[in-house]
Design a protein around this ligand. Structure first.
Ligand code: SAH
Length: 469
């Protein structure tokens, strides 16, 4: 694995990824790097290598080694619009994993980060047993912060301080999809390092939200993550937090306003009532109006709505369903299921399932909620979802919310869709047409309204439909 022509004056950093999946050598498919050879890359800060120190059917380890060339950094530094002295930066941080390693991960594991694999699409979609090790991680905030950042994502975290407390030897264990694991590392390394080595441009907000898909919006430390990732640029962090709040907001988790970090800033947007909160209010009002007691939250995500429902005694049975085990793990933590008394605990169930398949476990409920879920499915899959929910599970009431694409022109700086994982966003006419079709096909009546401040021209930001059988 030692390259033959390595520059003399380099520093090395290391990440290892181990799995005990059977056969463990399938790690090669997950990372799109064959275990039998050394893979070598030129990256912007030096050379990167991927090799497999261990590759047996029982256990397989991939190592990413990054040789940082300070000379390359100095050259890059002159082209930058800021005055970082990059050579000194890297010499101050020998062997430490940092934002430099994060940049290399983005380049070397591009396909794995996207969660795509031509050969094994099923495998990349599956949580697998993983152990990630970063033997020297620069960590401003120490081992405690590493625990606070990775713990809520379902990792078992071991962070041992090295020398002084600014470096830790970090081990993460968990059953996680490879793309989630890599995206989390990609975002959280520079957050822990808190010293980005390059100029942070506005497109970093998009990069953060894309890499944070499925785990950042519900993260209790998302305020700190956004600020540090965006190098404390107040305006960018506000935009990122506002867009995350659109996705999911929970009063009990950290917002920029409650952060006690010394760099705490209060974005304007944090003072307004987040749309996600207004949406949950509208949904719980509709559930109450329907007189529902036994309810399904289909595509429950990190469990913000489940949290509201658990706090309301009228709901005797609450079931959260999601296809993502990461989302369910986050919901479980948020609800503190392990600490609830048995009588409370027995009201709540979390189920893994795909909403495009008929599922007998979902039959016979008073109401089902599909809050900001349909736009995450490919449009051709919607008839299957309608069949499974309206045709098979057949709750008396179904509440559906989805973005109103017409309103997007009111979001400053938004290009494209509101969220990277959205497959479509509909106009009011398109949603109304879909609702009418589903209601007619499955014997429901439907009432469509909006949530959030309605604009006279483009309507409300969120559309809401209540179906009644
Ligand atoms: N309802 C939550 C989460 C919305 S994000 C909220 O409003 O905060 C969409 C969620 O739908 C994600 O958690 C995603 O994992 C889930 N999802 C997407 N497609 C799904 C499918 N086919 N089956 C089940 N869940 C799905």
């Amino acid at each position: 694995m030692t390259p033959t022509s390595r520059p003399l004056n380099v520093t090395r950093v290391l990440l290892t990824i181990t799995t005990t999946l059977r056969p463990a050598t399938d790690l090669g498919y997950l990372l799109v790097k064959h275990p039998d050879r050394v893979h070598e890359f030129t990256v912007s800060t030096g050379r990167a290598y991927v090799c497999y120190p261990e590759a047996t059917p029982e256990r397989c380890t991939a190592a990413l080694v990054l040789d940082i060339d300070p000379a390359a950094l100095r050259t890059r530094g002159r082209e930058r619009p800021d005055d970082f002295t990059l050579g000194r930066f890297v010499n101050d941080r020998p062997y430490a994993a940092s934002s430099l390693l994060s940049a290399a991960i983005a380049q070397v594991f591009r396909s794995a980060l996207r969660g795509t694999s031509k050969e094994r699409p099923d495998l990349v979609a599956t949580p697998v047993p993983l152990e990630l090790r970063l033997p020297a991680l620069r960590c401003r905030g120490g081992a405690d912060l590493a625990e606070e950042l990775f713990g809520p994502l379902g990792w078992e975290v071991t962070a041992i301080p090295i020398n002084d407390s600014r470096y830790v030897d970090l081990t993460l264990k968990g059953t996680v999809r490879i793309a989630d694991a890599l995206n989390q590392i990609y975002v959280l390394l520079p957050v822990l390092d808190d010293a980005k080595h390059y100029w942070v441009a506005p497109d970093e907000v998009d990069k953060l939200l894309r890499a944070g898909t499925g785990w950042l919006a519900g993260h209790p430390k998302r305020g700190l993550i956004a600020r540090r990732y965006l190098a404390h640029r107040r305006s960018l962090a506000s935009v990122a937090l506002a867009r995350l709040a659109e996705e999911e907001a929970d009063d009990s988790v950290e917002t920029a306003a409650t952060e006690t970090d010394e760099d705490a800033e209060l974005p304007e947007t944090a003072r307004k009532e987040p749309l996600a909160l207004q949406r949950r209010r509208a949904v719980t009002a509709a559930l109450a109006a329907a007189g529902a007691e036994r309810v399904l939250d289909l595509g429950c995500g990190g469990g913000a709505l489940l949290g509201d429902l658990v706090g309301d005694r009228r709901y005797t049975e609450i079931v959260g369903v999601d296809v993502s085990t990461l989302a369910l793990a986050m919901a479980e933590r948020r609800l503190r299921l392990d600490r609830l008394p048995e009588r409370q605990r027995s009201r709540i169930k979390l189920l893994q399932g795909a909403l495009t398949y008929r599922d007998d476990r979902l039959k016979g409920y008073d109401a089902a909620v599909l809050m900001e879920v349909i736009e995450h499915l490919d449009e051709p899959r919607l008839p299957a979802l309608a069949d499974a929910v309206f045709g098979h599970a057949r709750p008396a009431t179904v509440i559906v919310t989805t973005p109103n694409v017409e309103y997007n022109v009111r979001y400053e700086g938004l290009t494209g869709m509101r969220h990277h994982d959205h497959r479509f966003e509909w106009s009011r006419a398109a949603f109304a047409a879909w609702c009418a079709g589903v209601a007619a096909d499955h014997g429901y009546s439907v009432d469509v309204t909006g949530v959030g401040d309605a604009d006279p021209e483009v309507g409300a930001p969120t559309q809401l439909a209540v179906f009644t059988s």
